[in-house]
Design a protein around this ligand. Structure first.
Ligand code: PLP
Length: 447
């Protein structure tokens, strides 16, 4: 076939200027396989009847473009104009500068991760966060693992293996993609005993289900959904009192990692409140309202934290040192409740006065010829799913989503949301004025 004969050789494609940066970064030897694979794909496409390029130079450019696309894309920075503050697909919480600095300091050097420098003896990586977790939650002790789902599996495996765990039917949650409480329970080797109904569970339902094989009562925060109307759930305080009376451990998975109650977040369970209410062990995420790295934090009674930390699964779920450095720095910022709202990015965005959001949206609208419109932002990450945060967006007509596609696939990537033929660029989730300026530049270049 004529078109196939026009395909360039591997060496020729490597000279294509489009690939120069890739060749410089990876070296010619690493780019050659990508070009071979690109040639195979192009040959297949032509055999399948794809339109051939006008000449060999055209084919060469096409093959180079395919090869470029085959290089695994690096994690790209995204400007979050979705209005969802803790956006799981966008990596949840951007770190505070202090946490970024801690990661940077630790990343390229050795560190005293598991070594006590004063004694020269082996130490525990938990020693870097244990007392901060305990102090900030009011618990006796604390522990950090890789993520909160892992913290739940580990806690159940350590405290309830081959025994019964009682859970309300109103709290049969799915955490993330297909990770449901019954499966978590099975993985941990615990037997799930469901009590109550989807909308109502009373203390007596738990009390009647407790038997000689009951290891613990589990409360799980129904993060990303709400049952409304004729609803009743048992609070941590009542459940903890029942647990104490019957000699059964009470575990509270509070989800979002708010440490202290916050007037900006009414109704969101706080770690310190759950401990004060008498929970033996609580669990929460590091990268939701805590505003830190991906991590699962466990706080509670010292004897139980010790048992959890000694379980073999703790090794498999251990937190890595970069996350540990970021977590330690983030927890430090939480020690000052005043500073917290300005120092932790997700908390700053939640607390940002509406007038500031509006001013940004108006500045952006003026720069790109859009319109500032009132919107509803979300906290995300399962926190307060039914609560709208008042916000403003810059709205631009984008009936077929073409503008959004250009912004999303460019550099830096910009993610907004399409609603009724309009592209809404929500300004509550923009981290600073530089992001406003970057969006204005990109929109103006795109039109
Ligand atoms: C988010 C959440 C989890 C899972 O936390 P990850 O850090 O994503 O593993 C577990 N339980 C509750 C109640 C949650 O909201």
């Amino acid at each position: 076939m004529e078109a196939l004969r026009r395909l360039p050789a591997v060496d020729q494609v490597l000279t294509e200027p489009l690939l120069a940066a890739l060749v410089r970064d990876l070296g010619p030897a690493a780019v050659t396989p990508l070009v071979r694979a690109a040639l195979t794909l192009r040959r297949q496409a032509l055999s399948d009847g794809a339109e051939p390029a006008a000449d060999r130079a055209g084919e060469q450019l096409l093959v180079a473009a395919i090869a470029l696309g085959l290089d695994a894309p690096p994690l790209r920075t995204v400007i979050n104009a979705t209005g969802v503050i803790v956006h799981t697909n966008l990596g949840r919480a951007p770190l505070a500068p202090e946490a970024v600095a801690a990661v940077t300091r630790t990343a390229g050097a050795y560190a005293d991760l598991e070594l006590d420098l004063t004694t020269g003896q082996r130490g525990s990586r938990q020693s870097h966060v244990r007392s901060a977790i305990a102090d900030l939650t009011g618990a006796e002790s604390g522990l950090a693992v890789n993520n909160a789902a892992g913290a739940l599996v580990l806690t159940l495996a350590a405290l309830a293996r081959d025994r019964e765990v009682i859970v309300s039917r109103g709290q049969m949650i799915e955490i993330g993609d297909g990770f449901r409480l019954p499966e978590i329970m099975a993985q941990a080797g615990a037997r799930l005993i469901e009590v109550g109904a989807t909308n109502r569970t009373r203390l007596d339902d738990y009390a009647r289900a407790i038997g000689p094989d009951t290891a613990l009562l589990l409360r799980a925060h129904p993060s990303n959904f709400r049952v409304v109307g004729f609803v009743e759930e048992v609070g941590t305080r009542e459940l903890a009192a029942l647990g104490r009376e019957r000699g059964v451990i009470v575990v509270d998975d509070i989800g979002s990692g708010l440490l202290q109650p916050d007037p900006d977040l009414p109704g969101e369970p706080a770690a310190a409140a759950a401990i004060a209410a008498g929970a033996d062990v609580i669990l929460f995420s590091g990268d939701k309202l805590l505003g830190g790295p991906q991590a699962g934090l466990i706080a509670g009674r010292a004897d139980l934290i010790e048992r959890i930390g000694r379980h073999p699964l703790a090794r498999a779920l251990r937190i890595d040192r970069l996350s540990l450095a970021a977590l330690q720095a983030t927890l430090r910022l939480h020690r000052d409740p005043e500073r917290l709202r300005s120092a932790i990015p997700v908390r700053r965005l939640i607390a940002m006065p509406l007038a500031s959001v509006q001013a940004r949206a108006e500045a952006l609208a003026a720069a790109v010829g859009g319109e500032a419109v009132a919107t509803a932002a979300r906290i995300g990450g399962g926190a307060l799913p039914t609560v709208d945060l008042p916000s403003y967006a810059c709205a631009l007509p984008d009936a077929d989503g073409a503008l959004h596609r250009v912004l999303r696939t460019g550099e830096p990537a910009i993610l907004g949301r399409l609603e009724d033929g309009l592209l809404l660029l929500d300004c509550r989730t923009l981290l600073d004025d530089a992001e406003v300026a970057a969006i204005a530049d990109r929109v103006n270049a795109a039109r």
